[in-house]
Ligand binder design. Structure first.
Ligand SMILES: Cc1cc2nc3c(=O)[nH]c(=O)nc-3n(C[C@H](O)[C@H](O)[C@H](O)COP(=O)(O)OP(=O)(O)OC[C@H]3O[C@@H](n4cnc5c(N)ncnc54)[C@H](O)[C@@H]3O)c2cc1C
Length: 379
């Protein structure tokens, strides 16, 4: 039997696939990337672009912290279009109970080497004067970033090409199996490993992968330079994200380089459509004005929607997929795919190249969703 053409074929050129491809090429592997459409036009093109440490679970914390570190390493090489900005996150506590959550997070972050600063209501008002009076406080995480992900994905794909990788775009993959990817039109690519990084479409190529779309809306305001200075998120956001089955709205606002505000965040499970729902937009704006009252009646310049690839337990699926020999998964990142993309690519490449990974893999291995333990059942 002839030897395979590639060491690894990565399916999907969103930020996750691009990172897998680049890290694999960087590890000296022969790489092909196959993208159904154009590079970075899936969910990678429609999101808030926050690169942030989150502590929904110990495993989520570990992966986001590792990945934020990799983003800081990559930062000096990013093109201007990536709009990388070190604006930090402020977690806003509405009441005493949320302040206690922020205090716990502060202690945990400090203990684990993540810089953070607890703000009392006076400091919060001084730093973000547009926030309404009467809030309980805030937690600044200064090393969190904001980025525009599509140019980063395109850059990583170009780097993959420069390292000898081959990129097929507008080339949907019809089927994958051990050692091969069958492209529309009849071309077959052979490889030692296939990486399925097809985002919400991953289950169409790897049946049984429990990834479902969790739709999100975005709203853009008129330009208001200096209106807010940080990424602002309510403390209650993390709990709502983890409750995968319940649709939700949370306060999440970001200043854009042009001065307009990008407003999140909504979640609706199992919605495949791209339609903008005016009732969801209204609910997001109402929630936003509960924190930023001066935005009542503010013009909305545009809206957008995207599909987050959600796993049942909120953690991504990174590693071999036991139901398809030779197939690896890199999907299921839900609302943290931009943040986690660099760590995901690195973990995949380290495994494929037989190198030691820098953080333990176990919490992210896809095999966990096949075990009968509660909360990890296939849906
Ligand atoms: C409203 C919203 C806000 C968000 N905010 C943030 C945030 O602030 N921070 C953060 O970290 N994350 C955020 N996310 C999540 C993040 O955008 C996603 O987790 C991430 O983009 C997923 O990247 P991906 O590469 O897995 O998927 P995608 O970008 O969707 O890429 C998958 C690619 O696979 C291709 N593909 C599919 N099927 C095939 C096939 N058969 N053959 C070939 N190619 C195929 C698709 O065309 C696509 O290009 C947000 C998401 C939304 C919707």
């Amino acid at each position: 039997m002839s030897s395979p053409e590639f060491d690894v074929v990565v399916i999907g050129a969103g930020i996750v696939g691009a990172s897998c491809a680049w890290h694999s090429a960087d590890a000296g592997l022969r790489v092909a990337v196959v993208e159904a459409g154009a590079v970075a036009e899936g969910t990678t093109a429609t999101n808030m672009g926050q690169v942030l440490v989150e502590d929904g679970s110990a495993a989520e914390f570990e992966l986001t912290r590792y990945s934020v570190h990799l983003w800081h390493e990559l930062a000096p090489t990013l093109p201007p279009e990536a709009e990388l900005r070190p604006i930090g996150t402020v977690w806003v506590a509405e009441n005493e109970a949320e302040l206690q959550v922020a205090e716990r997070r502060h202690r945990f972050y400090r203990h684990n080497g993540v810089r953070s600063e607890l703000w009392d209501p006076e400091v919060l008002r001084r730093e973000e004067p547009q926030l309404r009076p009467g809030l309980a406080g805030g937690l600044l995480v200064p090393d969190d970033l904001v980025v525009t992900a599509s140019p980063v994905a395109r850059m990583l794909i170009e780097r993959t090409r420069s390292a000898g990788g081959v990129v097929y775009d507008h080339a949907p993959v019809r089927a994958i199996s051990r050692g091969r990817a069958d492209l529309a039109g009849g071309r077959v690519l052979s490889a030692r490993h296939i990486v399925n990084a097809a985002g919400v479409a991953a289950p169409t190529l790897s049946p049984g992968v429990p990834v479902r779309p969790r739709k999100g809306h975005l709203v853009y305001s008129d330009p208001r330079p200096g209106f807010v200075r940080h990424q602002l998120i309510e403390v209650g956001y993390v709990g709502r994200v983890l409750d995968v089955r319940t649709d939700s709205i949370s306060f999440n606002v970001q200043p854009r380089p042009g001065g307009e505000l990008r407003i999140g965040s909504s979640r609706q499970l199992d919605r495949w459509d791209a339609d903008v729902d005016p009732t969801v937009i209204e609910a997001m704006v109402v929630r936003t004005t509960e924190f930023l009252p001066a935005l009542v009646g503010c013009p909305r310049l545009r809206t957008a929607t995207g599909l987050r690839p959600a796993s049942p337990d909120g953690l991504p699926l990174i590693g071999p997929w036991p139901r398809q020999e030779g197939v690896w998964l890199a999907t299921g990142h839900e609302g943290l795919g931009i943040t986690m993309s660099l760590a995901t690519g690195r973990l995949i490449a380290d495994q494929l190249a037989g190198r030691r990974t820098e953080i333990p893999l176990e919490p992210y291995l896809p095999s966990r969703v096949l075990s009968p333990s509660p909360g990890a059942a296939e849906s």
